[in-house]
Design a binder for this molecule. Structure first.
Ligand SMILES: [Zn+2]
Length: 192
C-alpha cells in the first residue's frame, strides 16, 4: 500500500547523477579537506510527490545495487570505510560474546535461585554491564555524524532521483545554490 510521508523541513529531490556537493563539510560547514563515501542501498522503492502517478515495476533494475556518493568533508569528520567496518564488526562480536555469557550466567543464577539461595549479587553487576554495552553499541550502530548529516531518504524506482535530508541548514543552503538547476524541495513523498 502506498503511504504518504510528510516532512516538517522540506527534503531535497535531485538527480542522483548530477549531484554536486559543496566544498564544505556537511557536519560542521568548515572547508572540506578530504572525501568520504556515503552509501545507500536503494531497497524499498520511493516515489516523490511529482512521481506519485508512476506505476512501479515489480522488480526494478535497482535491486541490490549500493549507490555511493563521494562527499567532501573536513579532516575531523573524515571516515574511511575500513575503520567503520572494523568498529561495527568488533561491536557485533562483543555483543555476541556478552549474550552467551549472560545466557550462561542466567542458568547459574536461576539454579541458585531454585535451590533457595537467592539470586547471586554478581548477576546484577553483569546485567548492568550488559545494558551499558547494549546502549553503547546502539549509539555506534546509529551511524557516524556524516551519515546523520546526509540522510538518504530513498530513491525512485529507477534510481535516477534521490531524496536527501540535509541536517545542517547552512550546508543545505549551500547545497541548494550549488545545485540550483537540478535540486527541488519537497515536503512529502509517497512510499510503496
Ligand atoms: Zn566537519
Amino acid at each position: 500500500m502506498p503511504r504518504r510521508r510528510e516532512f516538517r523541513d522540506p527534503i531535497i529531490r535531485i538527480s542522483a547523477d548530477r549531484i554536486r556537493f559543496p566544498d564544505l563539510c556537511p557536519v560542521c560547514c568548515r572547508k572540506a579537506a578530504a572525501h568520504s563515501i556515503v552509501a545507500a542501498q536503494p531497497g524499498s522503492q520511493w516515489q516523490g510527490a511529482r512521481d506519485a502517478y508512476w506505476s512501479r515495476r515489480a522488480s526494478g533494475p535497482s535491486h541490490g545495487i549500493i549507490r555511493t556518493f563521494s562527499v567532501p568533508v573536513c579532516n575531523s569528520h573524515f571516515i574511511s570505510d575500513d575503520s567503520e567496518w572494523r568498529g561495527r564488526s568488533l561491536c557485533m562480536l562483543m555483543n555476541g560474546i556478552m549474550v552467551a555469557v549472560l545466557l550462561f550466567a542466567t542458568f547459574v543464577a536461576g539454579g541458585s535461585y531454585w535451590q533457595g539461595r537467592g539470586v547471586p549479587s554478581w548477576y546484577a553487576y553483569l546485567l548492568t554491564l550488559f545494558m551499558i554495552m547494549a546502549i553503547g553499541s546502539g549509539l555506534m550502530m546509529r551511524g557516524q555524524p556524516l551519515q546523520r548529516a546526509i540522510n538518504i531518504i530513498g530513491f525512485d524506482s529507477e534510481v535516477r532521483y534521490v531524496w536527501l535530508d540535509l541536517k545542517n541548514r547552512e550546508y543545505r543552503e549551500m547545497f541548494l545554490s550549488e545545485n540550483r538547476v537540478n535540486a527541488e524541495l519537497v515536503s512529502w513523498i509517497v512510499t510503496t
